[in-house]
Design a protein around this ligand. Structure first.
Ligand code: GLA
Length: 386
């Protein structure tokens, strides 16, 4: 009994001399230890014997993101539907061997240059750089052995607000034909708002071009035996880039009155079969939408909704554009997770990026990186329901 009184007397004294006016009792909340976790496990070996890891990020809502340091590939993304049932909403393989054997960039970190570069070449200051033509006469997604097919250094982290993985590597001068030693660092982070954030950084010691993105294939039903044609898509873009029959941009075109108008949420399958030259060239949707807000602030970049499950994915990005690809090359030949053969249009990609072929199109926003500059961009994919 005596101790308390003494204490009370003492505190009263301290309290009274330091602060003249009556101060509110502030209870300092001890930081609630969030349930965010990141762990790593073995994911097999590369043909040269180097070990590959699989990182598993989990948040308090049961959202799980699995990513490997082989190609920065997201192998699984598990999120709740409107009734709280968890489902895997990305396409991919159960093991490393699937990715090593053949993958149309499932869940991959793409670079050095996302999408196509015409005729597999570009020039900088009068010097021409020849790249690998790995998509007909064009160059696609960084070449034959792009960032999606290399082993990255990886370290996981957890802080009060997120858990994640930092991937880093130096792409040597001349890799796949690109100039400059490019030091790249890409962070994937999950927080308790079900947001998966991608942060991309790079520096170079020689003038070069950079356009990094992620190539996840989404199917919000959680059942990739179903197509994505009943998903609703919204893209805040009044224009898109028309393409030629090799998918190289030819002009910036208004979406109004065309099957490319997603300024309000629209069923993907509603117009995909229409008689339309651009749909024919893309074999469906495989085009770059140019955001109406061309600033590099983190802005609303679109949303994808699946009415059957109630899953909604919102995108925010600093990038000026987004490639929407409706999975037109999936042909049932690839057997993915759970032994499912991925049929035509059972997954779609929403790749935030700069425009395709920008190195050859001076009127497009520049993708040039100079020594002394830092390439920095961020995109956030939020998983919710309605
Ligand atoms: C991107 C391209 C598509 C296709 C896929 C990968 O989304 O735009 O044309 O090449 O990659 O198969």
């Amino acid at each position: 009994m005596k101790k308390t009184i003494l204490l009370a007397a003492t505190s009263l004294i301290i309290w009274s001399c330091s602060t003249p006016k009556k101060q509110e009792e502030k209870t300092v909340e001890a930081p609630v230890e969030s349930g965010l976790t990141v762990s790593s496990s073995d994911f097999g070996q590369m043909p040269d014997g180097s070990a590959v890891s699989l990182f598993t990020m989990k948040n308090d809502n049961g959202v799980i993101v699995k990513v490997t340091n082989y190609g920065g590939i997201i192998t699984s993304l598990i999120a709740p539907d409107k009734d709280g049932n968890m489902g895997d909403i990305v396409l991919g393989y159960d093991s490393l061997s699937g990715y090593l054997k053949s993958s149309p960039y499932f869940g991959a970190l793409i670079g050095r240059y996302g999408n196509r570069i015409a005729d597999a070449k570009f020039s900088l200051d009068g010097e021409e750089y020849q790249l690998q033509a790995n998509d007909g006469k064009n160059h696609l997604h960084g070449g034959v052995k792009g960032f999606d097919k290399v082993l990255w250094d990886a370290s996981s982290f957890k802080n009060e607000t997120s858990a994640g993985v930092v991937f880093s590597r130096v792409s040597p001068d001349g890799e796949e034909g690109y100039p400059g030693n490019l030091t790249a660092e890409v962070t994937y982070a999950l927080n308790n708002d079900n947001e998966l954030t991608f942060e991309y950084k790079a520096t170079t010691d020689k003038k070069t071009v950079v356009n990094l993105t992620n190539h996840a294939y989404f199917n919000l039903t959680g059942d990739p035996s179903q197509t994505i044609l009943d998903h609703e898509l919204e893209l805040p873009a009044n224009t898109f880039l028309s393409i030629d029959n090799t998918l190289i941009p030819t002009a910036q075109t208004a979406v109004e009155g065309t099957p490319f108008d997603f300024t309000s949420a629209t069923l993907i399958g509603a117009r995909i079969g229409e008689e339309n030259e651009q749909l024919a060239f893309g074999k469906g949707y495989d085009h770059c939408w140019v955001y109406t807000d061309s600033s590099d602030s983190l802005k609303f970049g679109g949303s994808l909704y699946d009415p059957s499950s109630g899953r909604l994915m919102n995108i925010y990005t600093m990038e000026p554009a987004i490639q929407f690809y409706s999975g037109n090359f999936l042909d049932g030949k690839l057997t993915g997770k759970g032994g499912i053969n991925y049929q035509f249009r059972t997954g779609l990609c929403l790749e935030t990026q700069h425009y395709p072929d920008s190195p050859n199109q001076p009127e497009f926003p520049s993708t040039v990186l100079e020594p002394g500059q830092e390439y920095y961009t961020k995109s956030v994919y939020e998983f919710t329901t309605k």
